[in-house]
Design a protein around this ligand. Structure first.
Ligand code: NAD
Length: 428
């Protein structure tokens, strides 16, 4: 979230400026790509269960759609800000480009806290969000998806509202829908699995066997849970995970030095990815302060919760053993911390590559909706592995060829492709 000291949009712009300098982009290209092409701010009035009306603030940013319709999630969060949405829409442009799918970058959000809202109230927010923006989104313009604290159910309500207003059946309007209602098999696993496909490739490059590695993970939501599942299947051991405690309003880290038991922890985790700390302690987990996930003696760090988690301060706590940082979350590493990771020779798998599995599978969902024919889970995950691996190899080859840090190489590839598309269209 954007705070006085951390503004994700300024960070996204700083990252872009650096690559713009490297690519010698002219003022026109910089002017176009430094800001979203379009953004929408609106009110969503909702009749609450107690009869009162509460007005929620909603946003949608379409950063760039030169390569295809905008694509990006909708976040429900009490500290959502327009600058967070702007940054995330920009990162989506780079993400779709780096994995080479024909989509642009978008992002949306609503300032609200689903913890304190009934399902009916959440449904009204979803329907209200669509009513406010219906003219400017759609299968050929801008395709939303779930993100932090939004689920397949939220997507289905949004699709239903869109179809009610437009009078047709448009499953391609939104992705992340429930399976059987236009959703794709494998979407739930996609981001976490995609992250581990890239970690697997990084380990290959470093000549390290997954079974010889240990990891610490921040977050225990959708991305983290499936990342841990696949990492475990490859033979890796997770010794620490952290999550947010809604009652205490703080994070806790849960450590078991011989390896956490994923299914056991899942059985004491709520639907928001919050682990019950009393039950975890009963099961023999050490309950630590939430920040301690980063200082663990591990080979791999997987930030899978929030932005701004590896910053100028916290980066100093990273153990000398760490070889890979795989960014499941969006924007977890600040430019200041990035410099330190680069100097220390830590292999970075940048967010917009590492977590691109979600949008890649969303793209597969759209393709299946358009064909009205759905693939098996193995087909989806096989195609996902292929896309993620190809993207990883393209970035790492460029990084090696020009002796570039992975994030910079990923930026060079993705920004170049977007600039080419804008030029080909005659926009710049
Ligand atoms: P989620 O809501 O399912 O899970 C978030 C997890 O982070 C929860 O376990 C929560 O307890 C934990 N958390 C929150 N604040 C924390 C804190 N201060 N310390 C420790 N843990 C904390 O969300 P998700 O879908 O897993 O997304 C996680 C990140 O990945 C976000 O940055 C999101 O933008 C990004 N992402 C998600 C997807 C996707 O498909 N879900 C795709 C791309 C990127």
């Amino acid at each position: 979230m954007s705070t006085e000291n951390f503004n994700p949009f300024r960070m996204a712009q700083a990252q872009f400026d650096e690559v713009a300098d490297r690519l010698n982009l002219d003022e026109g290209a910089r002017g176009l790509l430094r800001n979203p092409m379009r953004e929408y701010h609106f009110n969503i009035p909702v009749r609450m269960d107690d009869g009162s009306v509460q007005v929620f603030r909603g946003f949608r940013c379409q950063h760039n759609d030169a390569r295809g319709p905008s694509k990006g999630g909708i976040r429900f969060h009490p500290q959502e800000t327009i600058d967070t949405v702007r940054a995330l829409s920009m990162w989506m442009t780079w993400k779709c480009s780096v994995v080479d799918i024909p989509l642009g970058g978008g992002k949306g959000g609503v300032i609200c806290d689903p913890h304190n809202l009934s399902m009916r109230e959440q449904e009204q927010i979803c329907r209200g969000w669509v009513r406010q923006i219906v003219r400017d989104v759609g299968p050929l313009q801008d395709v939303p998806a779930p993100d932090v604290m939004t689920s397949p159910q939220h997507m289905l309500w949004m699709m239903d509202e869109y179809e009610a207003i437009t009078g047709g059946r448009y499953p391609g309007f939104i992705t992340g829908k429930p399976v059987g209602m236009g959703g794709s098999l494998g979407r739930t696993e996609a981001t976490g699995f995609g992250l581990i496909f890239t970690v697997r490739e990084a380990l290959k490059q470093l000549n390290i066997r997954p079974q010889d590695t240990v990891a610490s993970v921040q977050g225990f939501g959708n991305v983290a849970q499936y990342a841990i599942r696949l990492y475990n299947q490859l033979g890796g051991t997770v010794t620490c995970v952290s999550s947010w405690d809604q009652n205490d309003q703080k994070g806790y880290a849960f450590r078991k030095t011989d390896g956490i038991d994923l299914d056991q922890l899942l059985s004491i985790t709520d639907k928001f990815g919050g682990i019950d700390k009393a039950k975890a302690a009963d099961l023999g987990y050490e309950v630590l302060d939430g920040d301690q996930w980063i200082e663990q003696d591990v080979d791999i760090l997987l930030p899978c919760a929030l932005e701004n988690q590896i910053n100028g301060e916290t980066v100093k706590k990273i153990s000398n053993r760490v070889k890979i940082v795989g960014e499941g979350a969006n924007g977890p590493t600040t430019p200041e911390a990035d410099k330190v990771l680069e100097e220390r020779g830590i292999f970075n798998i940048p967010d917009f590559l590492a977590n691109a599995g979600g949008v890649t599978c969303s793209y597969f969902e759209q393709v299946q909706c358009n064909m009205n024919y759905y693939w098996t889970k193995d087909e989806v995950l096989g195609k996902l592995d292929q896309k993620m691996t190809e993207a990883f190899i393209a970035v790492s080859e460029l990084a090696e060829k020009h002796n570039l840090y992975m994030r910079k190489a990923a930026y060079v590839i993705s920004v170049s492709k977007v600039v080419d598309a804008c030029r080909a269209r005659g926009w710049i």
